[in-house]
Design a protein around this ligand. Structure first.
Ligand SMILES: [Cu+2]
Length: 112
C-alpha cells in the first residue's frame, strides 16, 4: 500500500515537468543548448529539510537549465511530499525550475 502511494508520487513528480516542457517547446527555443538540457537532473547534497516552511537547502552543482553556478541555497518544493524523499546529508539528483519567480524543486531522488 505504502509502495503504491510512493509510485504515484514519483510518477506525479516526473509527469508534471514533462508537461511543462512540452508547452515550452511550442515557443522558439533560446538556443539548441537550452532545449537539450531541459530534462537534465542536477547533482546536489541536501543540507537541510524544513517541513515547517516547506523548503529545502541543497548544495548543488551547476544547474544548466537555470544557468546557475554551483552554490548552497534554499529551494521551495513543488509538492510537500518531495520533502520526504531526501534528508539532510543525502546525495541527490534533482530537477529545479523557476516557477512564478521562485526556484522550485519539482523532482528529487537520493543517489545510492
Ligand atoms: Cu543556486
Amino acid at each position: 500500500m505504502k509502495q503504491a502511494i510512493l509510485v504515484v508520487l514519483v510518477a506525479a513528480a516526473f509527469v508534471a515537468p514533462a508537461v511543462a516542457q512540452q508547452k515550452a517547446d511550442v515557443r522558439p527555443a533560446l538556443s539548441p543548448a537550452s532545449t537539450a538540457s531541459a530534462a537534465e537532473l542536477t547533482d546536489g547534497e541536501v543540507r537541510k529539510v524544513n517541513k515547517d516552511t516547506g523548503k529545502m537547502t541543497i548544495r548543488h552543482s551547476e544547474i544548466k537549465n537555470l544557468a546557475m553556478p554551483p552554490m548552497t541555497m534554499v529551494f521551495q518544493v513543488k509538492e510537500l511530499a518531495l520533502l520526504d524523499k531526501a534528508k539532510a546529508g543525502d546525495k541527490v539528483r534533482f530537477r529545479a525550475e523557476e516557477i512564478g519567480g521562485a526556484l522550485v524543486v519539482v523532482a528529487i531522488e537520493p543517489v545510492r
